[in-house]
Design a protein around this ligand. Structure first.
Ligand SMILES: Cc1cc2nc3c(=O)[nH]c(=O)nc-3n(C[C@H](O)[C@H](O)[C@H](O)COP(=O)(O)O)c2cc1C
Length: 161
């Protein structure tokens, strides 16, 4: 990996539900804008990575960071989405952490959903290969982020002074 791993956190929010229709449901992670890495830090693209659930379970993830140009042109909202291969879990409302690992490819605009789906299937295979080679190791510390309207989760082991 050329850069140290980037870890971001946020609550999983509802997307447009298109991922499920495409056969690749994604957890849309609402990273607070101030904590979202810039495009200079993390270019838009597909990454191999890991998602850590609130219960500390760590799962392999195919990550998409970008504006989904296939559907929204160049000016869509910049999103972080995580597809969890072989897993059907409802993460809505859960605060998760995402470790952004190696780049698989840049984000692209596809002429049709079918072409995007074929590419995502290949991406997921690439992520499996990368993941098999690199276990996440000790999970890097990230800032804890509370779901909107809720107090900060406690018990992180962190003391205030
Ligand atoms: C592994 C992966 C790669 C993706 N690559 C692209 C891409 O290159 N271009 C693009 O427009 N969208 C890409 N997407 C995002 C999909 O367009 C998005 O997940 C889908 O539209 C569902 O959005 P929704 O969660 O808001 O329903 C990718 C998603 C995943 C999981």
């Amino acid at each position: 990996m050329e850069r140290p791993p980037v870890v971001v956190a946020g609550p999983v929010v509802r997307g447009d539900g298109r991922g499920r229709q495409l056969g690749f449901p994604t957890a849309n992670v609402a990273v607070p804008p101030a904590r979202m890495p810039s495009e200079a830090e993390v270019a838009d693209g597909v990454y191999a990575g890991y998602l850590r659930r609130a219960d500390a379970t760590v799962l392999l993830a195919a990550l998409s960071i970008g504006r989904r140009p296939t559907y929204y042109g160049p000016d869509g909202e910049r999103l972080l989405e995580a597809h969890l291969p072989d897993l059907e879990v409802d993460l809505y409302g859960e605060v998760v952490e995402v470790l952004v690992g190696p780049l698989v490819r840049g984000q692209a605009r596809f002429a049709s959903s079918e072409e995007l789906v074929a590419q995502i299937a290949a991406d997921v295979e690439a992520v499996r290969r990368l993941g098999a080679r690199s276990a996440p190791g000790p999970w890097p510390e990230a800032e804890r982020v509370a779901p909107a309207g809720q107090p900060s989760p406690d018990g992180s082991g962190r003391s205030s002074g």
